[in-house]
Design a binder for this molecule. Structure first.
Ligand code: PLP
Length: 405
């Protein structure tokens, strides 16, 4: 028997897999973190925000009521209740949907993946924000290598820049995007939210240029002031396909997200969904949602995250050199930092790790061909670390910038 070496085995990989392994850098977007490093990179909910006791109670009562059923392929009554509970939550936020218009998925990521698979062919053009959520960029790139990006400023996606490019494309007979992927509220990585006026204008553009809007609302409920309306709630033409998630408001490990849009799209997405669902996790989630007041929980989370945002912004004020600037998010998990001209956040990462602090370099939030646009930026997260670590991490980063500059 001849044993395959890793290098020889590589020839079995598809061209897409080979390309994916080399992007954005062999080994992924973050090197392994040395122990003790302050992880300003971690975009996770803070540990004690996860409702362990309530989920334990939900699991116990589920198994007491339904026995082995949630542990089989077919699931149980509770599992079957989950889409209705999620639809009710959408209706409460001005987005009524019918049963066949919602598909429960394994997190928002699977919802984006299924939508992309159902909507994008290899020759189709997809539009994204620059910068945008890196995982979504990787997902979209699995289906098409044709992408166009539009800049994000303090008011979210620059809709007029998009309008100008669309007009140019139409005038020159160039391809128009089929889908725009957007995180309109408290974007990852910049924390910005699209203004009401831009939301309306974007929907006009979608109708005028005949594209769909894939709205990723992972952070939409975590507003520190009044929450902006979702694009889906403003959509009168059926152009918005909505991606929801319980990862930020309950727990990411549950892997509960959903896709909501027209029945024909849900049907197609369901055909591609081959993971056989997650009967136990979804049934526990339904049991949990029936037992708790999620609105009250979300209200508390908003306060807790606003407090954390304030801690990080205060630390930045205290420690950062003059020429460094940053966003002031009104929701979500992230602050987007801009370094002085000539700095490169990717090159700075190894020295920063040596100083004891990690962040995500800006380049990873841009299309590979535009990665340079991220050189002066980095993403910090205030969601995960306690106040002392946020302060310490920013002080370490500032010290590192000083010695670099
Ligand atoms: C914009 C955005 N969408 C989706 C996700 C992932 O959501 P889920 O855990 O539901 O897959 C994240 C997580 O960081 C995110 O930032």
């Amino acid at each position: 028997m001849r044993r395959l070496t890793d290098t020889a085995a590589g020839r079995f990989l598809s061209p897409a897999a080979r390309e994916a392994l080399g992007y954005p850098a062999p080994g992924g977007w973050m090197p392994p973190l040395p122990p003790g490093v302050v992880r300003l990179s971690a975009g996770y909910p803070f540990p004690d925000s996860v409702p362990v006791a309530d989920l334990e109670a939900a699991t116990r009562s589920l198994l007491a009521e339904e026995g082995d059923l949630p542990l089989h392929y077919l699931g149980s009554r509770s599992m079957a209740a989950l889409p209705g509970l999620l639809a009710a939550r959408m209706a409460g936020r001005g987005m009524p949907v019918q049963g066949e218009e919602l598909l429960v998925t394994s997190g928002a990521c699977q919802a984006i993946d299924l939508a992309a698979r159902a909507l994008l062919g290899p020759d189709d053009l997809v539009a994204v924000e620059a910068p945008t959520y890196m995982e979504a960029l990787e997902i979209l790139r699995n289906y098409t290598s044709h992408a166009v990006s539009y800049p994000v400023d303090r008011q979210g996606l620059d809709v007029e820049a998009m309008a100008a490019d669309l007009a140019r494309r139409r005038a020159h007979g160039l391809p128009l995007p089929r889908v725009l992927y957007t995180v309109a509220s408290f974007q990852n990585p910049t924390g910005t939210a699209l203004t009401a006026e831009r939301r309306r204008r974007l929907l006009e553009l979608a109708a005028d240029y005949d594209f769909l809007v894939l709205e990723d609302d992972a952070y939409g409920e975590l507003a520190f002031g009044s929450p902006p309306p979702t694009l889906k709630s403003l959509d009168r033409d059926g152009r918005v396909v909505y991606v929801g998630s319980l990862s930020k408001v309950v727990a990411p490990g549950l892997r509960v997200g959903w896709l909501a849009g027209p029945g024909w799209l849900m049907k197609a997405a369901a055909l591609f969904k081959k993971d056989l669902d997650h009967p136990l996790g979804w049934a526990v989630t339904a049991q949990y949602l029936n037992a708790v007041d999620l609105d009250r929980r979300v209200a508390t989370l908003r306060q807790r995250y606003a407090e954390r945002r304030d801690w990080l912004l205060a630390a930045l004020e205290r420690h950062m050199p003059d020429r460094v600037s940053w966003s002031r998010p009104e929701g979500g998990f992230f602050v987007w930092v801009t370094l002085p001209e000539g700095y490169d956040s990717q090159e700075l990462l190894a020295p920063a790790l040596a100083c004891g602090v990690a962040y995500v370099p800006g380049r990873h939030f841009f299309l590979p061909s535009e990665a340079k646009a991220g050189a002066r930026h980095l993403r910090l997260s205030f969601s995960y670390l306690p106040q002392g670590d946020l302060e310490r991490g920013v002080a370490l980063l500032a010290g590192c910038l000083d010695s670099w500059g």
